[in-house]
Ligand binder design. Structure first.
Ligand code: AMP
Length: 402
């Protein structure tokens, strides 16, 4: 099946075009991104399976125009992979927040779309862009089935005592305030892959998956089901991130709001855009730069690195306790896959849990899929490059085929 996957952000769209039946080579025929939608200097860049690369600059006023550009490139004689729009069998959309309604992927119809619109309140930063992408595709590809794949869906198995906050229960009932968790497609993909690598049935495995990138989250995956995760009602909670604070005492936020006379919007920006690695280091939200500065002796970069890694270590301990054991730890995402320093620091001193990192396997700066624990390590540690788009494509195929 030929499937277009779309990941629509507020000013960007990432896409991949799959042929899921392709026997040889990569199932991805083309992948690309449109950046700076609605701004000056908008650009589309695509690379094709055979190495062909193209960049197009132009005025891309909105998501609809961006998707028209994507379709035009996919159809173009020189850089395309199809000859007719009708060859696109389905479109899979990443949707960040499914709320409590969507516990799995869905075929999108007008009813689904109106529920998504009702959910905007839960994810005001993400869902509006996802919806724009869906609506634009519906206009441009009227006959093509669309599927929504939700970041939150994999975490719908969390027990109530893990997903509820210590707030008045009535607020959960009234406004659906609870932990939802995100990066679900990634946690799902790497936990499935870990099971294949370890060769044990998923039903017998207790895994901790660490998705560490600009946004970072961890999940406790017991018998293939997510039973706890660090992100919460929004993708702000939990680990320290590029520009997001992660866990912070709500009382401290109230105090800052009062002292600095911040509005809701301003405090939102403070927590989501000016905190995390950036806020602590004062240098960068990018882990590569943090590591370089740290190695050059910058104390604040070192502090940011220490907070980042300490929190991951702390959650590994708490998730092992929550699951009553641990068989494997997976690192994924830009930092998890590439940073040997982060993995080393996180796992230092965890031998009491049965973790034995093998530095000859860990140290090469490569994102290649592999075990990085010693052969005798009771807890297996793995680097597994994530593939959220493949999950979206396969989910889309499954729903459309059914
Ligand atoms: P992502 O959001 O998954 O694309 O991850 C982006 C993050 O991965 C940024 O903080 C990058 O600095 C980080 N990253 C990418 N490559 C490396 C590397 N070789 N070493 C350390 N961090 C890296």
């Amino acid at each position: 099946m030929k499937i277009l996957t779309l990941n629509c952000g507020s000013s960007s769209i990432k896409y991949q075009f799959f042929d899921t039946h392709r026997e040889e080579g990569d199932k991805v025929l083309a992948k690309g991104a449109v950046e700076r939608i609605g701004m000056k200097g908008a650009i589309l860049a695509q690379s094709r399976y055979d190495g062909d690369k193209v960049k197009v600059a132009g005025e891309i006023v909105d998501h609809g125009a961006a998707i028209e550009y994507i379709l035009a490139i996919l159809l173009s004689a020189n850089h395309g992979v199809i000859k007719d729009r009708g060859e696109i069998d389905a479109v899979g959309h990443r949707v960040v927040h499914g709320g409590e309604v969507f516990t799995g992927s869905v075929l999108i119809d007008q009813d689904v779309l109106s529920v998504l619109n009702d959910n905007i309140d839960l994810a005001p930063l993400h869902n509006p862009a996802n919806i724009k992408g869906i609506v634009a595709c519906q206009k441009l590809m009227k006959e093509t089935p669309m599927v929504g794949v939700f970041d939150t869906a994999f975490h719908h198995t969390l027990p109530d005592y893990a997903y509820l906050y210590g707030l008045p229960y009535v607020l959960y009932k009234r406004y659906f305030i609870r932990r939802y968790g995100f990066h679900g497609s990634s946690h799902y993909f790497v936990s499935q892959r870990a099971q294949e690598l370890m060769g044990k049935p998923l039903e017998e495995m207790k895994l901790i998956t660490c998705h560490l990138g600009n946004g970072s989250s961890m999940a406790a995956v017991d018998c293939g089901k997510s039973v706890d995760t660090t992100m919460g009602f929004t993708p702000l909670e939990g680990l320290l991130m590029g520009t997001r604070s992660g866990d912070v005492d709500a009382g401290a936020v109230l105090h800052i709001m009062g002292r600095e006379e911040l509005s809701l919007g301003e405090v939102n920006t403070l927590l989501n855009k000016h905190s995390g690695l950036m806020g602590i280091s004062g240098i960068s939200s990018d882990m590569r730069e943090i590591e370089e500065e740290m190695e050059g002796g910058n104390e604040r970069a070192k502090l940011a690195f220490n907070i980042f890694t300490y929190r991951i270590k702390k959650y590994i301990g708490s998730y092992a306790a929550a699951m009553g054991g641990l068989d494997g730890i997976v690192f994924t995402g830009g930092i998890g896959e590439n940073s040997n320093l982060v993995r080393r620091e996180v796992l230092k001193g965890l031998d009491f849990l049965g973790v034995d990192l093998d530095s000859t396997k860990n140290d090469p700066r490569s994102s290649e899929e592999r075990f990085v624990s010693g052969d005798d390590s009771r807890v297996k540690v793995m680097v597994i490059p994530t593939n959220e788009e493949l999950v979206i494509a396969l989910e889309t195929e499954r729903l459309v085929a059914n």
